[in-house]
Design a protein around this ligand. Structure first.
Ligand SMILES: NC(=O)c1ccc[n+]([C@@H]2O[C@H](COP(=O)([O-])OP(=O)(O)OC[C@H]3O[C@@H](n4cnc5c(N)ncnc54)[C@H](OP(=O)(O)O)[C@@H]3O)[C@@H](O)[C@H]2O)c1
Length: 344
């Protein structure tokens, strides 16, 4: 069986991505071959091509943070002779961090999450990394209540447009920052848009004079201080990225460590507010069984909301897998409305 996959050769422009074909080893015990139907372009690949992702592997490697596809082959039963929880021909989703930009992948069966009937593969794809990140930050990190007001930075992006829908669906009032071109679309999603090129802090003070119950900040950098100051008493700052430092040269871990130190300091202050840094991968290495169970649970919840129409997939644009370079270039162009999806 052969696989076509996209290779990131080293630090470089999106156009440096190339496609290679190789023989795919058969699945081992506990593994399955998934024929990929859709794979996502995430912000992580913008960082990886710059060598700026916190724990990226050595070059060259195949990027691709998440995917949806069909189980095409299942490996031999392990020594315990256990029955596979997925069936041949079943549609599944997986969070891979790297490796998803391929037309076939070999994955651990335990990492596969079934996609419900009635959810199209492209739609499901928009909900994998974005859906789990958004769901966990809203319900596990911030624990906001209906009727409260939150602020979502980058509300038009992949994670942002999923998060705002999960929140408005249960009656949370959402203020979302985005560039102007995204504002009409955000209003349609029930969000109060604010241009992040304006004075966001002043505008949020007008809209929520007592502050907001939570701020979701993927930007980091000096602006994190504004996010902290916009919180109401009892509010939580959920920090989950350092997009502001994408082009800052140097060790990719430094901006994250600096941010963590700042968050920890604020947490020590007796001021009735709190901070947390959300990491999608936390617990995976130490408690893999619990991690996988929670992934099935959380992604299952987001898929159910997609299936019953409570939230809608935000697909910015699709590209053939072989045009991954153009897709990444487009994803970096600014004002992108939702998720960029690759189709093998
Ligand atoms: N910690 C974790 O475990 C975890 C997991 C998943 C994702 N993430 C993070 O989540 C973030 C979003 O990922 P994504 O794939 O959804 O990216 P995306 O689709 O590219 O969305 C990013 C959004 O940020 C907006 N933006 C850029 N600069 C901004 C600023 N200064 N203020 C406010 N908004 C700004 C962009 O808006 P315009 O295009 O309009 O400029 C864009 O809509 C990334 O930083 C990623 O690292 C973290």
């Amino acid at each position: 069986m052969q696989v076509n996959e996209v290779v990131l050769p080293g630090i470089g422009e999106p156009e440096s991505l190339s496609v290679r074909t190789r023989e795919l080893p058969g699945p081992g015990p506990g593994q399955a071959v998934v024929r990929v139907e859709a794979s996502g372009v995430s912000f992580a690949e913008q960082q990886m091509r710059r060598g700026k992702y916190y724990d990226q592997p050595a070059f060259p490697f195949v990027p691709g943070y998440d995917l949806v596809g069909i189980v095409e082959a299942i490996g031999p039963a392990g020594s315990g002779g256990s029955v596979s929880p997925v069936q041949l021909g079943e549609r599944v989703a997986a969070l891979t961090k790297i490796g998803g930009w391929a037309d076939r992948v070999v994955l651990e069966i335990a990492d596969l999450v079934p996609v419900p009937d009635g959810v199209a593969p492209i739609d499901a794809e928009t909900a994998v990394v974005n859906g789990v990140t958004a769901w966990r930050m809203l319900w596990r990190s911030a624990r906001v209540r209906p009727g409260q007001t939150i602020l979502v930075l980058g509300a038009g992006g992949g994670v942002g447009s999923t998060l705002v829908q999960l929140a408005t669906h249960v009656g949370i009032r959402v203020i979302g920052t985005a560039s102007k071109s995204q504002h009409d679309r955000l209003r349609e999603l029930g969000v109060i848009p604010v241009d992040y090129h304006d004075d966001v802090r002043a505008r949020v003070r007008e809209l929520a004079p007592d502050g907001v119950a939570a701020v979701f900040d993927h930007v980091g950098g000096p602006g994190i201080t504004d996010s902290w100051h916009m919180l109401a008493r009892g509010g939580t700052l959920v920090s989950y990225g350092t997009a502001a430092t994408k082009n800052v040269p140097g060790n990719p871990r430094l901006p994250v460590l600096k941010l963590l130190a700042q968050l920890a300091l604020w947490n020590l202050l007796p001021n009735g507010r709190s901070t947390t840094f959300f990491n999608l991968w936390a617990g995976k290495a130490r408690h893999p069984a619990r991690y996988r169970a929670e992934l099935r649970e959380d992604l299952g919840q987001v898929f159910a909301l997609l299936a019953d129409g409570s939230i809608t997939a935000q697909v910015a644009r699709t590209f053939p897998l072989t045009d991954a370079g153009a897709a990444l270039r487009y994803a970096e162009s600014g004002g992108v409305a939702g998720k960029v999806v690759l189709l093998p």
